[in-house]
Design a protein around this ligand. Structure first.
Ligand code: CO
Length: 137
């Protein structure tokens, strides 16, 4: 079951200055920000909690990963919406059965959580991520 928005992700050029902006905007403490390096995706990701949801800031590691490509094409901005599910394999299969296009099998993303993306061509050009948070359900 999909039961909430887990996070909204924004591609940024410089993680530290983006964190400064969002910490100010949200009025939260910088110690609440969790930073993960995800070498498999070639990103550094910062998660800033807002209740049960988070803002995810994505900075490219190197210049050939998906976020580096996104930035060179579009500049900084909204990158994806992540929906939380307690059964990611079942949701990916259900989405595929509905004619959507999961991009590969669910695999470990930031913080070791299982994630899978859906191709944006069928979702109004919005990149959607399914994420199965660990131990939060
Ligand atoms: Co994400």
């Amino acid at each position: 079951m999909i039961d909430r928005i887990d996070h909204i992700a924004i591609a940024v050029e410089h993680l530290e200055s983006a964190i400064d902006i969002w910490v100010k905007l949200l009025g939260c403490d910088r110690s609440a920000v969790a930073i993960h390096e995800v070498p498999s995706e070639k990103v550094r990701a910062a998660f800033i909690p807002i209740g049960e949801t988070k803002i995810e800031l994505l900075e490219p590691l190197g210049d050939d990963g998906p976020i580096a490509k996104f930035l060179s094409k579009n500049g900084a901005g909204m990158h994806h919406i992540a929906l939380a599910t307690d059964g990611i394999e079942a949701e990916a299969k259900r989405a595929a059965d509905e004619g959507l296009t999961p991009l590969g099998e669910p695999s470990a993303g930031a913080g070791g959580k299982k994630i899978v993306f859906l191709h944006p061509r069928q979702t109004n050009r919005v990149l959607v991520e399914f994420v199965e948070p660990k131990g939060t359900h």
